[in-house]
Design a protein around this ligand. Structure first.
Ligand code: BES
Ligand code: ZN
Length: 456
């Protein structure tokens, strides 16, 4: 089989590929911070150069925000076409003091590379590049037509790629979209993901007096925004973790028996959860297992709270303002816009008198569900099995990849979520990491996928 040569090439160039990945990881492409705008461009240029080096035709596409990279191989009508999506931007690094070594100085230790973006998503995207490179360098003909669209705004809720996909659906037409921006089931078991959560990201702003007031002079005379916000937050969920926004659960698609059985068979336990997270106990909605809550139940969580004085010692004030950031992770078939509107109405209904309360909907993402049984899913399974040397299982993810819903709607092609990360990779957190074994096996998987997809 052609892929033997390709896989041998990948195995022979492991160290070189790690060194190149580290170069990519050195670029601090934090898309949400204006200070890093030039760094984001450098990461974009790095991706474009990589793809050009594979002999692809490459375009850098300007948007309102950060640019997109599009690339394609020769498009032969007698071959299937795969569209690879990924992102070259990364999350902010704070709190910086919790990193063992600086986030943009990649450190390799015991077969693991530590750096911001290592797993989410530079390392996973880079595995795709190296797989294609192995075909090119060994002179092995590509079994499929390739297209790549790599964006720089995934982590900041940018809209460039949505518009581009809608306007250029013909150009992006494909037989399957392939995305590696998720996880394996665990260290020893690869997984094929068939559902992502959606998202409605909200901010609650509470305004009281024009300035902080002396809490002795004015205490008891005006509503305190921090107390008011605490009351609103308390009204978002009941004591068992069920969201109190009216209509929140109306459209939730319940798990099928086969799915529940499949989850149960994976043997995930609360002890594993405690070990992975360091949380003292598992907690959440009654009537669902931990894995069911993690993968298939919608959530409503405070992501950040700010008000008043949090510094050393005491300061006696009634704060002028209070703010909460709240994410609602949604499941099929919840509609983010509808949920965001219901949230705003609920907050308005429970807000106390004496403060001004504003609710802002930052960004949304549609939940995703893909059919578990299709020729392309089988191709993905076969590729994972060969790439990782173990049988893959079906998984879902609690995270979101906002563009996927748009791809489904406009490209009408199956979406393959082949994750090469681990849920313990500390993505969005200090000391993000990527296991080199997963990087190498991921590249092998992509290489095999090209052949599997060709005959799917
Ligand atoms: N790679 C993640 C998505 C993900 C997270 C998959 C966890 C599997 C497990 C992606 O880069 C991401 O972080 N997405 C954001 C989207 C948001 C900023 C709109 C997310 O889920 O928070
Ligand atoms: Zn991310």
């Amino acid at each position: 089989m052609a892929s033997e040569k390709v896989l041998a090439h990948l195995d022979a160039h492991r160290q070189q590929h790690v060194d190149q990945l580290c170069e990519f990881l050195r670029i601090p492409s934090v898309s949400s911070q204006a200070d890093h705008k030039q760094d984001v461009r450098r990461a974009c240029a790095f991706v474009a150069d990589e793809l050009r080096g594979l002999g692809l035709e490459v375009e850098i596409i300007e948007t309102d925000g950060h640019p997109l990279v599009y690339a394609q191989s020769e498009q032969r009508p007698d071959r299937r076409t795969l569209l690879f999506y990924g992102h070259y931007d990364v999350q902010p690094v704070d709190p910086l003091e919790l990193w063992k070594t600086p986030p943009f100085e990649p450190r390799v230790e015991d077969g693991i590379v530590y750096a911001r973006g290592a797993s989410d998503d530079k390392g996973q995207v880079f595995a795709h590049f190296k797989a294609v490179e192995a075909y090119v360098r060994t002179g092995t003909g590509l079994p499929v037509n390739l297209k790549f669209i790599i964006e720089g705004e995934e982590e900041c809720g940018g809209h460039g790629i949505y518009r581009y996909t809608e306007q250029h659906a013909d150009k992006l037409a494909c037989d399957a979209v392939v995305i590696s921006d998720t996880t394996l089931y665990n260290e020893t078991t690869p997984g094929i993901c068939y559902s992502l959560k959606g998202l409605a990201y909200m901010e609650i702003r509470v305004k009281g007096p024009d300035m902080d007031l002396h809490s002795g002079s004015y205490g008891g005379t005006v509503q305190n925004p921090a107390n008011a916000l605490a009351g609103i937050v308390a009204g978002l969920k009941d004591r068992d973790g069920r969201c109190l926004v009216p209509g929140f659960y109306d459209d939730v698609l319940e798990l099928e028996k086969e799915e529940r059985d499949g989850f149960a068979a994976l043997g995930y336990t609360d002890a594993i959860l405690r070990k992975e997270t360091g949380a003292p106990a598992a907690w959440g909605e009654q009537g669902y297992t931990t894995l069911e809550r993690m993968w298939a139940r919608p959530t409503c969580d405070v992501n950040g709270l700010a008000s008043g004085y949090g510094g050393e010692g005491a300061k006696t004030i009634i704060p002028s303002r209070a703010l909460a950031k709240v994410s609602m992770r949604l499941v099929p078939n919840q509609d983010p816009e509808r949920i965001a509107a219901a949230f705003a109405a609920h907050v308005a209904a429970i807000a106390p008198a004496g403060v001004e309360v504003e609710v802002v909907n930052h960004h949304n993402a549609a939940p995703v569900l893909v059919p578990r049984h299709s020729p392309m899913m089988q191709a993905g399974m076969n590729a994972l099995k060969r790439g990782f040397g173990a049988d893959p299982v079906f998984i879902r993810e609690g995270g979101s990849i906002p563009i996927v819903g748009t791809f489904q709607a406009w490209l009408k092609a199956p979406v393959l979520l082949l994750g090469y990360g681990l849920s313990t990779d500390n993505i969005h957190s200090p000391n993000e990491k990527f296991d080199l074994a997963n990087f190498w096996n991921g590249a092998r998987t992509t290489a095999v996928l090209l052949e599997e997809a060709a005959r799917a």
